[in-house]
Design a binder for this molecule. Structure first.
Ligand SMILES: [Zn+2]
Length: 459
């Protein structure tokens, strides 16, 4: 099998999480991403399945970005004996320092919860990994700049901007004379905050994501929704509460607020970021202007983040002080789906008061408190207490770090002039993949495959 590439799809084949692929070429064995399965319990159970590859036999992991569904099993890999290197872009390396320990803490809590409830039908002797395991990953990380070739024995690779979150990349892997492009998570067309995605050079094979292969992003007037919410809290001298993911979404919301203040569409108000993770992530964003849209930097957004108007809150005491602040002001906190994190305290303290305004800035999954509120619950349970929902509520549906169906088709079709031999549609549910397969037109020289979990291709 010399000079043939063995490509195996291990995770995210038919799912939107758990991204992991194995490339073997001559004596080189590399994972592209090593993500955790997230979502309903039957999906998360997959994290507990034994790894198909003996970790000590891997030479490296090439990591496209820091999101846990791409990076979250790295601590497990290291715990089980991985001795290679983990290559990623510099911003991804920094974000991992924030995200992985947090994932470790969540695993510890979840283990406590599950052992108490005896939910699983198999015995667990401990959490999948803990915070210390997560921190051990750092010594294996080797940051590599975008557009700079890296080498792992017989394999070369180069990162290209993906326009998804800070540090996010697509990667071209070269093995002998053949090339495979992995799209990573693909950012939207007309990205607001992050630098526009770029298409890597043509390749023999293309593996692309399909998360939103069936969805079309909504067209809505974001500015108007913010203006309405801000006007309301100024009139009522109250707080605008925005639940947002700590990495990516918080910074996008901050930029939109800044743009509106700068153009005079909303007055200047204090903005509180009450989440240690979001505060850390925002500081990392400040260090990478080249990864943001040029106009964002030119307009002075980074100076705004440094200004006294923005209060990055990490200490618990400071967070508690916020309860005594009447407003008007804007409070951004995590988690984005109101499923834990400091946002719970703010909802507990403020949702009953009809003067406040709750503005959702992203998707609320089934089973989350966010979804309950959005669906119009008049009372919800927080910290074992019933809280009446009386504040004003609105939601922004069009923020997305992902390309929608139109964006994904466009991404694939930019390869038309020099199409790949095989297009693998991965990292998406089957109906999304089927839809994309129907829509993408690359000509008769390209075969389109929808790989199944553990399926192997010799290229
Ligand atoms: Zn992602």
């Amino acid at each position: 099998m010399k000079d043939r590439i063995r490509l195996q799809f291990l995770g995210a084949a038919g799912y939107v999480t758990g991204s992991r692929s194995l490339i073997e070429y001559n004596n080189t064995r590399v994972y592209v991403d090593c993500g955790m399965y997230q979502g309903p319990r039957y999906i998360e159970e997959k994290n507990y399945h034994p790894l198909e590859t003996a970790p000590e036999t891997l030479d490296a992991v090439i990591l496209t970005h820091a999101h846990i569904d791409h990076s979250g099993l790295l601590p497990l890999l290291v715990k089980k004996g991985f001795q290679g290197k983990i290559y990623c872009t510099p911003a991804t390396a920094e974000l991992l320092q924030v995200l992985l320990p947090d994932a470790g803490r969540i695993q510890e809590e979840e283990f406590k919860f599950l052992s108490k409830k005896k939910i699983r039908d198999f015995e667990l002797d401990g959490p999948l990994f803990n915070e210390d395991d997560a921190k051990k990953v750092f010594e294996f990380i080797v940051p590599i700049d975008f557009k700079t070739a890296g080498k792992i024995k017989d394999i070369e690779f180069t990162f290209y901007w993906a326009g998804h979150i800070l540090g996010a990349a697509g990667v071209q892997v070269k093995a002998g004379e053949k090339t495979i492009n992995f799209s990573g998570d693909i950012g939207p067309i007309n990205s607001i905050l992050h630098r526009e995605r770029e298409i890597p050079p043509p390749a023999d094979f293309l593996v692309m994501e399909s998360t939103y292969g069936k969805r079309k992003h909504e067209n809505e007037n974001i500015d108007k929704k913010f203006q309405k919410a801000v006007k309301s809290v100024i009139q009522r001298k109250s707080m605008l509460i925005i639940p947002a993911f700590a990495v990516g979404r918080t910074q996008l919301v901050l930029y939109v607020i800044y743009r509106l203040m700068r153009s005079g569409k909303i007055p200047e108000l204090p903005v509180f970021i009450d989440s240690p993770m979001a505060a850390k992530a925002t500081r990392i964003y400040m260090q990478y202007p080249e990864e943001l849209q040029k106009n964002v930097v030119d307009e002075g957004f980074l100076e705004f983040l440094h200004s006294r108007q923005i209060k990055l809150i990490e200490a618990v005491e400071e967070s508690k002080q916020l309860n005594y602040y009447n407003g008007p002001g804007i409070l951004i906190s995590a988690s984005g789906m109101c499923h834990g994190g400091r946002i719970m305290h703010h909802l507990f303290n403020r949702m009953w008061d009809r003067r406040n305004f709750l503005l959702f800035a992203g998707y609320q999954a089934e089973g989350t408190l966010g979804r309950q509120i959005l669906e119009g619950a008049s009372r919800v349970k927080i910290f074992r207490r019933e809280i009446p929902v009386r504040c004003s509520i609105d939601t922004i549906n069009s923020f997305s770090a992902h390309a929608d169906k139109v964006g994904l088709v466009k991404y694939a079709e930019t390869y038309k002039a020099s199409p790949p031999k095989i297009l693998f549609i991965n990292h998406g549910e089957d109906d999304s993949r089927d839809e994309l397969k129907k829509q993408i037109r690359l000509g008769k020289d390209t075969r389109i495959e929808l790989p199944k979990s553990e399926e192997v291709y010799y290229l």
